[in-house]
Write a protein that binds this ligand. Structure first.
Ligand code: APR
Ligand code: ZN
Length: 364
């Protein structure tokens, strides 16, 4: 069928919105009409040329979204036409060592090459027949994905409200609750108050943290941070955040999160922990990026850890997030600052860079 999709044709050039040809879902695959999809910085790391892999051009972009099932391939029994779904950034096979030990975010039982289906083929081409690579391809009116990349969700919540659950929410809230396991009453500091960082902040609220200190270099971000539950803010373009946090908390916070993907702020997050504290790197690292940390603080039970997709268990965590949202304990409406059509995909990323939005949501 004919559809329209946003295509990454190489770093440092505008994303191009084009008519594309989408094949029917094959065995074990599902056709989805995308209702809403978030402009996430992970995709932009390829557009600005910082990290190209795993986005090999020409590629249909987008990984954070929600939609409605429009068709199923042979053998699909868990999904039917009309079901509401959220895309999970990490598919799960349900059988490998990681899926069997409650860590499906690390699933290695699928073995896709980046940008291709498991059998090595792709489902998108241009009308001229040019192969288009793709992952979830949520920046498209329609997409075809393996059934293990989807989570069925209740249809009593407007589907577009759920657009960011599969990336920003699970990465941020999951880093706090699943990966670092922040304890009630603990103190927390968060570097980077973008779409993902705001979810670390609200994850800290859900975990029952006491003080939640938000650090950013863009002062437009602090009202979002406060709305999502930050108790204090530090403008790192004016102040030394590590020194401020150590003074404010009499020795550092119990947990820190780096949500930018920058070696300097990862080190700063480590240095701002108290003895026994944990620093968690959430941001996507630059290709070949390295972080150096002083050895002495490690000698006092500090930990520097990483997280991948919030150590999320999509089939458990996504329904939980929706319950929290219904109870008014998870902010999804507030995350959606601006809506744009697919043709404004470049503007959606400009919104993100401008600091004016929590998240811009594209409605293909
Ligand atoms: N110190 C403090 N804050 C910074 C710094 C810095 N040196 N550099 C950038 N920031 C802030 C920006 O001002 C912005 O508010 O980090 C935030 C990044 O937010 P977004 O651009 O909205 O990115 P987001 O989608 O939240 O992703 C953040 O997490 O999943 C990863 O790939 C993603 O690496 C990216 C990170
Ligand atoms: Zn993302």
């Amino acid at each position: 069928m004919r559809t329209r999709s946003a295509i990454f044709r190489g770093a440092k050039q505008p994303i191009s919105v084009e008519e594309t040809i989408l094949q029917d879902p094959q065995a074990g695959e599902v056709l989805v009409r995308v209702a809403a999809t978030g402009a996430c910085h992970s995709d932009y790391h390829a557009v600005d040329g910082r990290n190209e892999a795993p986005m090999i051009p020409p590629l249909v972009m987008g990984h954070e979204g929600a939609g409605v099932v429009e068709g199923i391939g042979a053998g699909v029994t868990d999904f039917a036409e009309g079901d509401h779904i959220v895309f999970a950034i990490r598919p799960m096979c349900g059988k490998c060592k990681y899926c069997s030990t409650n860590r499906p975010n690390l699933c290695n039982g699928i073995g896709n090459e980046p940008g291709r289906m498991r059998d090595g083929s792709t489902r998108f081409t241009t009308p001229e027949g040019e192969t288009l690579y793709h992952g979830l391809a949520t920046f498209s009116e329609r997409t075809v994905v393996p059934e293990w990349s989807l989570v069925k969700v209740p249809n009593d919540v407007p589907i577009e409200r759920l657009a960011s659950i599969g990336c920003a929410v699970v990465t941020g809230v999951g880093a706090v609750v699943n990966t670092a396991q922040v304890t009630e009453g603990a103190t927390v500091a968060v570097w980077g108050c973008g779409g993902v960082g705001l979810n670390v902040i609200q994850g800290a609220v859900i975990a029952g943290a006491s003080r939640i200190i938000a650090v950013d270099v863009d002062d437009k971000k602090f009202s979002f941070a406060s709305d999502f539950g930050a108790t204090d803010t530090i403008d790192a373009s004016k102040l030394n955040a590590v020194e401020e946090i150590i003074t404010m908390t009499n020795g550092g916070t119990d947990y820190t999160f780096e949500v930018i993907g920058n070696p300097q702020t990862t080190r700063a997050a480590f240095e701002a922990t108290c003895p026994g504290g944990t620093a968690c790197m959430v941001g996507v690292p630059p290709e070949g990026g390295e972080v150096t940390i002083p050895m002495r603080p490690l000698f006092f039970d500090r930990r520097l850890i990483g997280t991948s997709a919030g150590t999320g268990r999509p089939r458990v965590d996504f329904p939980w997030f929706i319950e929290l949202y219904k109870q008014g304990r998870l902010k999804l409406d507030e995350l959606q600052s601006r809506f744009r059509p697919l043709d404004e995909i470049n503007e959606a990323f400009e919104d993100m860079l401008s600091g004016e939005v929590a998240r811009t949501i594209v409605r293909p």
